[in-house]
Design a binder for this molecule. Structure first.
Ligand SMILES: Cc1cc2nc3c(=O)[nH]c(=O)nc-3n(C[C@H](O)[C@H](O)[C@H](O)COP(=O)(O)OP(=O)(O)OC[C@H]3O[C@@H](n4cnc5c(N)ncnc54)[C@H](O)[C@@H]3O)c2cc1C
Length: 248
């Protein structure tokens, strides 16, 4: 579950967001749902500063831990990546049931992944949703997909079996590639999970579940869906096609 919102400077709205995540965690727990939350650092204070964000994520992480629930941290624009990973690693020391997303379009992600793997961290691999400069990010889908495959292989080849990782894509070729790697490297299909957005490629989710792969839906909710979608479209024209398709 992701409570929509980002780029917040407002202490009151940050406090409301933290409380909302605590509430949704309680509901997930009370209703016995096998679910987790996914939080964007800039919705809980990263625009104000590192310490503010760490403090708020720590509150949510403690609540999640007290209920035995997992907390993911989304990854946003390039300018926040360094601090997001660092905040995540601070929290991971206190609560190992946390994970962070990494974007295959970023040139730095292979070295970030090596570092995270070394720490035994939990990683969700995505392609990346924000507009980024050529200096920092691959621009062509061929390069982004090929880096996604490379990072997927690094995750499967890692010998530390205590951590979990997530392959978060709707791209059938990349999903097939992960399945092939799972047959080569995993004895237990539960060591990793597929994550897809709610409402998109539902037929794929059914196939994955039937094949006994752990499959999760990322569910954004809340009143901020329109500003969120408009910002994404402004940033990256390609997102308008995806949004139109999902509304349809
Ligand atoms: C669980 C999850 C968590 C994510 N977390 C983050 C994050 O923390 N940071 C971040 O930058 N990005 C995140 N993303 C978004 C991600 O970076 C991509 O922008 C998005 O998933 C589309 O890429 P794709 O891998 O599905 O491949 P694409 O090549 O973009 O899409 C493959 C196919 O999937 C379908 N599709 C994909 N997205 C949509 C859509 N929105 N509406 C309708 N159809 C669609 C289309 O049929 C498309 O042809 C997340 C995605 C998922 C699934």
């Amino acid at each position: 579950m992701n409570f929509l919102g980002e780029d917040s400077f407002n202490n009151k709205s940050i406090e409301l967001t933290v409380n909302e995540y605590k509430l949704i965690l309680e509901l997930i727990s009370r209703k016995e749902i096998d679910g987790s939350i996914s939080v964007k650092p800039t919705q809980v204070g990263l625009k104000i500063g590192y310490d503010e964000c760490l403090r708020n994520l720590r509150v949510i992480s403690k609540k999640a831990a007290s209920l035995g629930k997992f907390m993911w941290i989304d990854i946003e624009s390039f300018q926040y990546v360094e601090n997001t990973i660092s905040i995540y690693l601070d929290l991971f020391k206190e609560n190992s049931s946390t994970g962070v997303a990494l974007q295959s379009y970023l040139r730095r992600s292979a070295s970030d992944l090596l570092h995270l793997i070394e720490k035994g961290a939990n990683v969700r691999l995505v392609k990346g949703a924000y507009k980024q400069s050529e200096e920092n990010a691959f621009q062509s889908m061929t390069e982004i997909n090929s880096n996604f495959s490379r990072l997927t292989r690094m995750l499967f080849e890692d010998e530390n079996r205590n951590h979990i990782f997530a392959i978060a894509t709707h791209d059938p070729k990349l999903i097939d590639y992960a399945i092939a790697l799972s047959q080569e490297f995993c004895t237990d299909k539960k060591q990793f999970e597929f994550q897809l957005l709610m409402g998109i490629h539902n037929e794929l989710k059914d196939i994955l579940v039937k094949r006994k792969f752990k499959t999760c839906e990322y569910i954004p909710y809340g009143s901020q869906w329109l500003p969120y979608s408009i910002r994404r479209i402004r940033e990256r024209k390609r997102n308008i096609l995806l949004l139109a398709r999902s509304i349809f």
